[in-house]
Write a protein that binds this ligand. Structure first.
Ligand code: NAP
Length: 244
């Protein structure tokens, strides 16, 4: 029997909350992941350990709200790379919930769906880049996000934590935010895309499986002009022939 829309969106989520005598902590790693890299993985691992999370579900954004004017790789490619990168960690899972949800991706919709799916003894921790969180007051239903989840902002080395804190405080919304300093976030998706475009290696910046996928699919390569040469010199039919 086909699953209803909402049931199919939660079909790849882990079972949590079975023991009413304890609290469970679910990490939700939100990002565009174009592509996913080792900085993301280290951030998720660090969040898992520091915040004592039971599991981290990576949720690649289907159609990122703030990237409507930019070219982003397809949700399927970003989902596939996220699966490949996380496959060997039993505490990391990947959900298609934002990939399969039609329309622009809003975090509040994801958190509402998770809140409705899990019992109250499952707490939600939404993890993403601190640079993204600093803008959270401009996100759809920011006040509702504050009620639904704890926020976890992963920072790059040298990040100005004080101005981030001040900007969240100035919002007047009662967000609970933890910050993680993640030195490996010196790596960025935009740098990886630029490296591919320049023909440079991505080895050791992301997993070998992701690297192979990017190559196989030709992601981030500069677009090639398609040009059919006129056979003005009569050479095209004679390729491989001695024309001296
Ligand atoms: P972004 O603006 O592309 O990212 C801002 C910074 O955060 C970048 O430096 C990025 O580095 C880093 N970052 C992004 N995701 C990260 C993660 N999971 N862990 C560590 N660093 C991360 O952000 P985005 O990818 O578009 O959005 C991030 C999340 O916020 C997504 O889940 C998105 O749906 C949500 N969001 C929601 C709304 C809304 O509901 N209106 C609006 C904006 C964003 P990399 O480029 O290296 O990842």
């Amino acid at each position: 029997m086909p699953l209803s829309n909402e049931a199919s969106l939660v079909s790849d989520l882990p079972a949590l909350g079975q023991d009413p005598g304890r609290t469970y902590r679910l990490g939700i790693m939100g990002g565009t992941f174009d592509p996913i890299h080792n900085g993301h993985l280290v951030a998720a691992e660090q969040a898992c350990n520091d915040l004592d999370l039971d599991v981290v579900v990576f949720v690649p954004a289907g159609s990122p709200a703030f990237k409507q004017d930019r070219r982003v790789s397809s949700p399927e490619d970003r989902h596939a790379m996220t699966l490949l990168a996380t496959a060997d960690n039993p505490r990391f899972l990947v959900s298609r919930m934002e990939v399969d949800r039609p329309g622009v991706t809003y975090t509040v919709d994801t958190l509402e769906l998770l809140r409705a799916y899990y019992p109250d003894n499952v707490e939600l921790y939404f993890i993403t880049g601190a640079d993204a969180i600093i803008d959270i007051i401009t996100w759809r239903d920011a006040a509702r996000i504050a009620q639904l989840a704890h926020l976890v902002g992963a920072t790059r080395p040298g990040y100005d934590l004080e101005s981030a804190r001040a900007s969240i405080a100035a919002s007047g919304i009662d967000f609970t935010v933890s910050y993680l300093e993640v030195p490996a976030l010196a790596i960025s998706s935009s740098d990886l895309r630029a490296r591919v475009a320049r023909g440079q290696s991505l080895r050791y910046l992301t997993s070998d499986a992701v690297l192979g996928y990017i190559e196989k699919r030709g992601l981030y390569e500069p677009p090639r002009l398609s040009y059919t040469a006129p056979d003005a010199l009569g050479l095209i039919g004679g390729l491989g022939r001695d024309v001296r």
